[in-house]
Design a protein around this ligand. Structure first.
Ligand code: ZN
Ligand code: ZN
Length: 408
């Protein structure tokens, strides 16, 4: 066992603060990883605040983070798929039973005994697992992904949760050329969905209540953008979509989107509205339509996704500015309240699912400089004055206040 530095919340109301956490020494099949980047997923915030207490109550202290990119520093004797120096990734899962039908079928995400990267039962050290807001992690090689060398490691981090969450259902339902696909919502999940639908060759239509996002949507690959509050515009697409990916977690009328489906079309939910949503049976009966849900993805399909992105050179050059990402950063007030030190000390890349695509927030390591010294006993900074005062970005953030799917 060794100890490593991490950021943890001590309670549902505490900001994250530095602590030391234990990590197991790598066993025969383990990979020890120095973490370079970790995305910030809205699930992190939900878990820190124990907002999913009914489904998965939080054990404190909690170290969130399940979009991990890092470099292998040590491997166990029996490890065959990774070597020291490799760039690797870890997503939402670090273990499962490997024996159930789901595991044998490559769907570890659906295993009843799956262990999530944070706040899951730690079968090695006891207690709960600690996530990627830390400097080092030890993971069984089966749950460690290879990262293609041509992907920007900071930019690739969000693929490990938002990416696979949208990739998996679109692959499962065969999204591709000749199809018309709808993406509902253009937040963190939605923008990934647009990129993948476009990359798969589908005619991609974005439905949003924020027409201001239209330019972003088109830049990400959307062929059409529809204001979902415009009934006439919605009607023009009725009965025409082969697949709809619904990423919205605020209350909304599902029937309006089911009615957009062509016969045998599927609407897949990846957002999780807090309250049950009424579904009219007729929305499904007419056209033999399907309503489905999806939860992250298995290890094999996650690797397939990373390889696909690598093969397509989905890479953003360092220093590129991304308008959607910039807007996300302006909406960062809420995140800042939770993780003030991440921004000050260059620990992690931030991905802001509410506002837009991932973007490296800090880049000391990426810039080739020495890593920032660990802040040690530094106290977390108070919330920014703008956030505390309810800045425009803070207000915007609250306005969108919606629940994210309980992706682990
Ligand atoms: Zn996540
Ligand atoms: Zn299993």
């Amino acid at each position: 066992m060794y100890s490593t530095k991490a950021y943890a919340a001590a309670s549902a109301t505490s900001p994250l603060a530095p602590i030391s956490i234990p990590r197991r020494d790598p066993g025969d099949r383990d990979v020890q990883i120095d973490i370079l980047f970790c995305g910030i997923c809205h699930s992190d915030l939900h878990s820190v605040r124990n907002e999913w207490s009914g489904v998965m109550p939080t054990t404190y202290p909690i170290v969130p983070g399940h979009e991990i990119l890092g470099r292998v520093v040590k491997v166990g004797r029996a490890v065959t798929s990774h070597r020291p120096g490799d760039l690797v990734a870890v997503g939402c899962l670090v273990d499962s039973d490997r024996t159930c039908p789901q595991c044998r079928g490559g769907l570890e995400n659906l295993c009843a005994n799956a262990v999530f990267t944070f706040n899951g039962p730690d079968r090695h050290l006891g207690g709960v697992t600690y996530g990627g807001y830390s400097a080092s992690i030890v993971v069984d090689e089966h749950f460690v992904l290879r990262v293609p060398a041509n992907l920007d490691p900071a930019g690739a981090a969000p693929l490990l949760c938002a990416g696979i969450t949208t990739w998996s259902p679109m692959r499962r339902f065969g999204v591709g050329k000749g199809q018309k696909v709808g993406i509902v919502g253009l937040g963190g999940l939605g923008h990934m969905g647009v990129k993948f639908a476009h990359a798969f060759g589908a005619h991609t239509v974005v439905f949003t209540t924020s027409p201001a996002k239209g330019e972003d949507a088109r830049r990400l690959g959307a062929d059409e953008v529809v204001d979902s509050r415009d009934a006439a515009a919605m009607q023009r697409h009725a009965g025409s979509l082969h697949f709809v990916l619904d990423t919205v977690s605020a209350d909304h009328d599902l029937n309006a989107y089911l009615n957009l489906l062509a016969h045998d079309g599927t609407l897949t939910l990846v957002g999780a509205p807090e309250k049950p949503i009424p579904v009219s049976a007729f929305s499904l009966l007419f056209g033999r339509r399907r309503l489905a849900g999806s939860l992250i993805g298995g290890i094999a399909e996650t690797q397939e996704m990373l390889d696909f992105c690598g093969a397509r050179h989905h890479r953003r050059r360092r220093g590129d500015r991304d308008p959607a990402g910039e807007r996300g950063l302006r909406a960062v007030a809420e995140v800042r309240r939770e993780v003030p030190l991440l921004h000050r000390h260059g620990l992690a890349a931030a991905r802001l699912k509410r506002g837009g695509p991932c973007r490296r927030v800090t880049g000391r390591r990426a810039a080739g400089r020495r890593p920032a010294p660990w802040p040690g006993a530094a106290r977390p900074s108070p919330p920014s004055r703008a956030a505390a005062a309810g800045s425009p970005s803070g207000r915007a953030n609250r306005r969108t206040g919606s629940r994210r799917a309980p992706r682990p």
